[in-house]
Design a binder for this molecule. Structure first.
Ligand SMILES: Nc1ncnc2c1ncn2[C@@H]1O[C@H](COP(=O)(O)OP(=O)(O)O)[C@@H](O)[C@H]1O
Ligand SMILES: [Mg+2]
Length: 248
């Protein structure tokens, strides 16, 4: 296996919810170290795309490979895939009755059965890196939304994932907290983390993305560099979408 092989490859993926065709012949590949930002109107299938990549949603046809292997359907192989593909959601999903440090340590200790002293050290480094080390002994409710989302990123990183998926990570935050979360994501991007990011933050898309993918109605309508996409969108649907979001 060479490192030039893409990390994530979707080929002709179709997904239905009953009669609703939510992913329509979607093909996309994400290189190692690449940051792909997925944008598009609500209901276009962005979350389903993310969830399909770590098999939170099974697909109806097509193939998805991660790191050279087709996604496993179940068992240990699926558990391993999930630990290799970190996911950060709009809602932070921290365990309320566990401390910040315990939240970050949980996956490596319980799922991976790693040595807890070693995990603690790694967790504290990660909390430091997202700027929350001093809050390690607090509980999630004692932190702001922006801080909780940074903990959720540290928790995903604690599993030492090969890729991170973000599904609207800043959409539930008060506006003044969006920047601190995007800063952490930008630094991860610069350090070479492979990232798929669903976001409405066009500043992040412009400055941190290697590629922008525009989805509408379950289809991957166009993909290009951020500069190209924002200056020169090709499809009418992308033009329409951009005119709506960039005018206010
Ligand atoms: N579990 C589900 N059951 C049925 N329909 C769903 C389910 N999840 C999403 N959908 C539908 O699939 C379409 C795509 O949803 P989603 O991937 O969440 O879009 P987006 O993230 O772009 O807003 C929408 O029409 C949504 O209502
Ligand atoms: Mg969504």
């Amino acid at each position: 296996m060479t490192t030039s092989e893409p990390l994530i490859v979707l080929e002709h993926v179709n997904k239905y919810f009953g009669p609703l065709h939510v992913l329509q012949d979607v093909s996309l590949s994400v290189d190692r170290g690449e940051v792909v930002v997925v944008i598009g109107p609500s209901g276009s299938g962005k979350s389903t795309l993310c969830r399909a990549i770590n098999r939170l949603e099974p697909i109806n046809s097509g193939t998805i490979t991660f790191d050279g292997r087709e996604l496993p359907a179940e068992g240990k192989a699926l558990a391993r895939l999930r630990s290799e593909v970190g996911m950060v959601f709009q809602s932070f999903n921290l365990f309320a009755h566990k401390t910040i440090l315990q939240n970050v340590m949980l996956g490596p200790v319980k799922v991976r059965k790693e040595n807890s002293a070693a995990v603690r050290e790694r967790a504290m480094k990660l909390l430091d890196r997202v700027g929350i080390a001093s809050q390690a002994e607090k509980y999630p409710a004692q932190l702001s939304g922006g801080q909780q989302q940074r903990v959720a990123i540290a928790r995903a990183l604690a599993m030492q994932p090969k890729a991170l998926l973000f599904d609207e990570p800043t959409s539930a935050l008060d506006p003044e907290m969006v920047g601190e979360v995007l800063d952490v994501m930008t630094s991860l991007a610069k350090e070479g983390m492979t990232m798929v990011v669903v976001t409405h933050e066009m500043g992040f898309a412009r400055h941190a993305a290697d590629r922008v993918v525009f989805m509408a109605d379950g289809q991957l309508v166009e993909q290009s560099t951020p500069a190209d996409f924002f200056e020169n969108p090709k499809s009418d649907r992308a033009k329409d979408f951009l005119s709506k979001i960039l005018t206010h």
